[in-house]
Write a protein that binds this ligand. Structure first.
Ligand code: F6P
Length: 335
């Protein structure tokens, strides 16, 4: 017979993302609705090792829905990467009487969760990262807010670039993936967008795009670079060498991770947090919650971590098709 879940822990781990607090709130309140107690583990896996916890009530997670960051703090733990560290974490779970852990975070968080589940602690993962690079889910909490933050910054940059007739090179986050850069690039009408999924041909992808834009009458240019491609400073230098213009380089950095989550992130985080606890209550243990075609699903963690998600290259072509004066191949329906 399945063991009844009486008490769970919730933690946030890895890079923070807008909407993590909304997910914590949803986990706590759903747990209470199911008659399950919920303990907050602070500072991610590191806190599970050291026993850094806080009691959470329904009211203690009030007024956090709209707050960026994470009230539980977050960390990246080297100790949890070791067997010894994980065994200490199991001890903490026993000491606190935890029947399982809801782990809110990205890929690294879920790899840690898988290892913990192998030591007998049930886990459910909730995907939250501005990178949107988790294979088992169409969407990760924080992505939309981060896109909007980057867009707002780039719109401001465009004003001054337009006045001074300059070229701007903007580096956005995303780790090894180009989701953030491509969405943002399309939304700001960038002259060029460089993503790791597309092998860079500097002459064609940057130099010719600027030249064609200039021939079409533009006097300012916006180049969006995903951090996974390399340094925007280097791209700026190469533009100067090739075209003799002096680009201004902006690295948006951690600005993209902060701020109040928008409607999509609050709503998705609330639904995912709810389904994470439901998975526990229904015995759907060792799973990761994801969105697939608009529905929320719980995928077995081993399978989920094998799943791959690729940047839709048709989106890249759409971005190219928007470039004024560019000679691009118009995407075919089945491309
Ligand atoms: O995974 C989220 C992310 O913001 C990535 O986009 C970025 O590469 C990384 O975290 C930065 O990590 P840190 O906060 O440790 O500098």
């Amino acid at each position: 017979m399945e063991k009844k879940i009486r008490r769970i822990g919730v933690l946030t781990s890895g890079g923070d993302a807008p909407g993590m607090n909304a997910a914590v709130r949803a986990v706590v309140r759903t747990a209470l609705a199911y008659g399950i107690e919920c303990i907050g583990i602070r500072r991610g896996w590191a806190g599970l090792i050291s026993g850094d916890f806080v009691n959470l009530s329904g009211s203690s997670v009030g007024h956090i829905l709209s707050r960026g960051g994470t009230i539980l703090y977050t960390a990246r733990s080297d100790e949890f990467m070791t067997e010894k560290g994980r065994l200490k974490a199991v001890q903490t779970c026993r000491m606190l009487g935890l029947d399982g852990i809801v782990a809110i975070g990205g890929d690294g968080t879920f790899r840690g969760a898988l290892e913990l589940s192998r030591l007998g602690v049930p886990v459910v993962g909730v995907p939250a990262t501005i990178d949107n690079d988790i294979g088992c889910t169409n969407y990760t909490i924080g992505f939309d807010t981060a896109c909007n933050t980057a867009i707002e910054c780039i719109d401001r940059l465009r004003d001054t670039m337009q006045s001074h007739e300059r070229c701007s090179v903007v580096e956005v986050m995303g780790r090894n993936a180009g989701f953030l850069a491509l969405y943002v690039g399309i939304a700001v009408g960038a002259t060029a967008v460089l993503v790791p999924e597309h092998e860079l041909d500097f002459q064609k992808d940057v130099v010719e795009d600027i030249q064609e834009s200039r021939l079409a009458g533009n006097t300012h240019f916006m180049i969006v670079v995903a951090e996974g491609v390399g340094s925007a400073i280097d791209i700026g230098k190469r533009i100067k060498e090739a075209l003799g213009i002096e680009p201004r380089v902006t690295v948006l950095g951690h600005i993209q991770r902060g701020g109040s989550p928008n409607a999509r992130d609050r709503e998705t985080a609330t639904r995912m947090g709810y389904y994470a606890v439901k998975a526990f209550a229904e015995g759907n243990l060792n799973t990761i919650i994801g969105t697939q075609e608009g529905s929320i699903v719980a995928i077995p963690i081993e399978e989920a971590l094998q799943m791959k998600k690729s940047l839709q290259m048709e989106r890249y072509k759409i971005m190219e098709a928007m470039q004024i004066g560019g000679s691009v191949r118009i995407p075919q329906v089945n491309d």
